[in-house]
Each structure stands twice: as C-alpha cells, then as structure tokens.
Design a protein around this ligand. Structure first.
Ligand SMILES: C[S@@+](CC[C@H](N)C(=O)[O-])C[C@H]1O[C@@H](n2cnc3c(N)ncnc32)[C@H](O)[C@@H]1O
Length: 291
C-alpha cells in the first residue's frame, strides 16, 4: 500500500466526503494494517465525524483500488445517537438480554457503541477490547472515549477470559476485512455469554465477501452443538451489513425480537422511539443469501 502521507489518500477522502470535508487525522494503524483517518463533514443541517480506513475491495469493479470504508461515525450534535443502521441493529442485543448489566465490546473503532451505552444503558458496565492502540488513541482524542481499553487481539483476550457478560458484541474489522474467526473463537465467545445474555456479530459486506458465510455458519453450528441457535437480521435491499444474534435467554425465537425491541425502545427512551430500526428488515433463521 502507499505511504500514509501520500496525497492519493487525501484525494480519495475528499472525493468521498465532498470538497467541504475537513480531514482531522490521517495515519497508519499498525495492527489494523492500513491508513486510518478522521474526517468531519456536513450533510444538510447535520454534522458528522467519521472514522474510516482503506482496505481491499470485495467484489468491486476496480479490485486494485483500495476501498474507503467507514468504520464508525458520530453525529457531532448528538454524539450518543447511533448513526449507522447496523449499529442500531447491534444495540438490540441489549433488548434481547434479560438483564444487560455487563457487556463485552470486541472492536472499539470510533466508540459509537460505547457512547450509546453510556447514554441509554448507563447501568451496564462495559469491557472494551481492540487490537490497535492507535485506533484507540483516535477514539479517545476524537470520539469522546474516556474509558480504558484492553489492547489485544480479541482471540487472545478470549483465550485467557473466564468471565461471562450479559451482552457480547463482535465487530472486528481491519484492513483485511473480518477477523479470521474459527470454531475455537466461537466456542470461547459463546462461553463468554452469561445465561440469559445475548451475542451479536456484525457481518459487513456479507453479500460480496465469500469468507463471511462459512464463518457465520460456523458460529451457528457451534451454537446448535450446545442446544442454542442464531438468527440473522438485515435491511431489505441493501446488502451492506448482516447482524447475527445468539440469545441465551428464554425468548430465543426470532419472533421475540420485535416485542423485545419495542420494550427496550420505550424503557430506554431511544431517539424517535427507535423508529425505523426494524422497519423493512429481513429476519431469517438461515444465512439470507445464496452466495
Ligand atoms: C468497525 S470497527 C468497530 C466499530 C465499533 N463497533 C463502534 O462502536 O464504533 C472494527 C474494530 O475492530 C478492531 N479489530 C479488528 N480485528 C481485531 C481483532 N482481531 N481483535 C481486536 N480488535 C480488532 C479494529 O481495530 C477496529 O477498531
């Protein structure tokens, strides 16, 4: 890849976010394996700050041109609102957990999930893990993160972990795409979910990255081997992110999702009562695409 100070990156960022965008940081992130950046930009009356990166483009028309990926975003006026729809779907793990008092966030990025939890689920104690210390430094400097993060690969953290959490979120992406999850990773991740708790995993580019489906099905198989199961939710027609839930509570059926979500939105006073989060979503027991 080009050096991080290369003008080419700046140009790609300006092209993507528009001429009025303000680049705040552009630097190489060693564990992440690519240049990462922070950019501020406006969309109408809204002002956003996004943490982005460059990496391989899965199934894109120009495979040699690195793809700009928005890893995390923040509304500068409402920093605790979740900007990305997939993050709102991930937050439903807190609705599906019987008592969300502890959470393990694997993958911190721009700390969107952490800001949301601090505002809307403040009684939940969070443990944060991320492999890249410069990403975490960026989250602290530019995204209001004020909590310590365990800096190590999630695989290593889980190998030594004996604790259980009410919610475990897996959102592990770097320049190579999703972390290379294997059966041992899933076994350890499920072990880390307390009875009555919920695991949610984010699968980006699930329609174009062929590595995703076998990994998601490995998680499902590991869950089924323990008498549990997973299900999937994605926005119809978008093919961007797919969230895979593994609830360990009494109400494990996908049909329970809507009611749990409505209760959560009401009790936690989510912005706009969480309107549109589940609207126009496909809920499916199996991987929703034949790829
Ligand atoms: C998409 S971002 C997470 C965004 C986050 N959910 C949020 O709330 O803003 C992905 C993060 O995963 C981290 N990561 C990637 N592979 C990892 C691994 N194997 N172990 C720990 N962190 C990893 C990256 O450094 C990056 O910060």
């Amino acid at each position: 890849m080009r050096a991080p100070d290369d003008q080419h990156w700046r140009q790609l960022i300006a092209d993507y976010f528009g001429a009025g965008s303000r680049l705040r940081v552009l630097r190489h992130a060693a564990a992440f394996g690519a240049p990462v950046f922070v950019v501020d930009f406006d969309r109408g009356v809204r002002h956003y700050r996004t943490f982005g990166s460059f990496g391989p483009s899965f199934g894109a028309a120009e495979p040699d041109e690195p793809q700009l990926t928005e890893q995390s975003s923040m509304d500068l006026l409402y920093p605790s609102h979740l900007v990305f729809h997939y993050e709102r779907l991930m937050s439903l793990a807190f609705a599906l957990a019987e008592r969300p008092l502890t959470a393990l966030l694997l993958g911190v990025g721009g700390a969107a999930m952490w800001r949301f939890l601090r505002a809307y689920v403040p009684d939940c104690a969070t443990t944060l893990v991320d492999a890249d210390e410069s990403v975490v430094a960026i989250a602290k400097r530019w995204f209001y993160l004020s909590q310590n993060v365990v800096i190590e690969p999630a695989q290593q953290y889980l190998a030594a972990n004996a604790r259980q959490f009410d919610v475990v979120l897996v959102d592990l992406y770097d320049a190579r795409g999703p972390a290379p999850f294997d059966d041992r990773f899933w076994a350890r991740t499920i072990d880390a979910v307390a009875p009555g708790g919920c695991l949610a995993t984010n699968w980006a580019d699930f329609a174009t990255n062929r590595a995703v489906r076998p990994m998601a099905e490995a998680l499902q198989a590991t869950a089924r081997g323990r008498g549990l199961d997973t299900y999937y939710v994605t926005r119809r027609g978008f093919h961007d992110n797919l969230i895979q839930y593994l609830p360990r509570g009494g109400d494990r059926q996908p049909e329970a999702l809507t009611e749990a979500f409505e209760r959560f939105a009401r009790q936690r006073r989510l912005p706009d009562r969480g309107r549109f989060i589940l609207e126009n979503c496909l809920v499916s027991e199996d991987f929703p695409l034949a790829i």
